[in-house]
Ligand binder design. Sequence first.
Ligand SMILES: Cc1ncc(COP(=O)(O)O)c(C=O)c1O
Length: 429
Amino acid sequence: MSQQPAEPTTANAPATPISTLKDRQTSPKRRSAATTAVRTGIESDQEHGAVVPPLYLSSNFAFNGFDDKRPYDYTRSGNPTRDLLGEAISELEGGAGAVITSSGMSAVYLVTHLLAADDLVLAPHDCYGGCYRLLENLAKQNKLRLKFCDFSDTDAAREEIRRSRPQLVWLETPSNPLLRVSDISALSEAAREVNSLVVADNTFLSPALQQPLALGADIVVHSTTKYLNGHSDVVGGAVVAKTPELHEQLTWWANCIGVTGAPFDSFLTLRGIRTLKVRVAQHESNARRLVDLLSSHGAVSRVYYPGLTSHPGHAVARRQQNGFGGMISFELRGGVGEVTEFLRSLELFSLAESLGGVESLVAHPATMTHAAMSEAAQREAGIEPTLVRLSVGIEDADDLVSDVQAALDAALEISLDAPLQSEARAVSG
Ligand SMILES: Cc1ncc(COP(=O)(O)O)c(C=O)c1O
């Protein structure tokens, strides 16, 4: 693990947040996450009493005078709007502080700056394709050493942590796209025994449904592009640290390499976070309706959803999550023909990458989100060509159910026709 940068970390340390001082003054009570999400920065404007915090787009801030800097000087280092978002996400995750980054991938990249060249990263073999690509290529450049592991098998993963003694254990739970669940507490405990840092990518659930720091992780990473912003109009990321020391290191590196997020993006994401709890509840209740449909339809051979009692990670998910979320993956019977017909027949699911927005999306991981993985790596991770992933939106549940029902019926018709067509070919041949 690399040392704390020797240069002055305080020079560009985060400025005192403008924050919800008023709220805190009137009531020092610890509030629920839903209240924090709604209230961060509300009525913090001292100048005009604006209820919603103002957006500070300025790239720079004037000094009071010679050698007399105010809390902010330059937006790459610190910005009031971005700091409010960091404060909100940190509180939601129960951290000591958060760094807001320009994307989920820059959040991941930022964390790798805590490593020294020889340090070993143990990462999930089925992590998000972009993380896989970044870690693999950093390893090729000898910037770190890398080993992949199936973290959904707790005993084997614990053994692997003890055997390989990594400096960093990277968890993504539930994983993308197969929704495998890793036991954060058990794996964090094993990591602690060998002095390893644990990072958990909490993008798929958001802090509304899972808080990895309370389960033993040291750092939480988010693509805020997804549920935290929730409206598919910002690409952003966040790194939440459990301790002030880690937060300071991450803040230093974020400023140094220039990956901090833009103020306008922060403003929109903070607005999105205010409705996080109600959105996530609706995503999940719609997802449950679709899981019921998928589980009983003849066009589907397998459904991956941690809320199903048959899911291998169900017990762990029940224990460490407050809900099962709005993501579902499933396998269609047949092949590319069925997949094409299913995707073509959907009317309410946009065929697009990303997830966690209010609108429903469908993706084909093998050719879209996970195309960065080789065919062999996909096979190893269990990503089949017939795998389909749904990000269930918050539209009316009945409308979503009839849309998916119609598309599944269309896919099933193709499968039933296929033997007839091959018979016909055999006869005419
Ligand atoms: C689990 C997970 N982590 C990280 C990322 C990267 O985030 P971004 O696209 O915001 O860079 C993604 C993107 O899909 C993701 O699904």
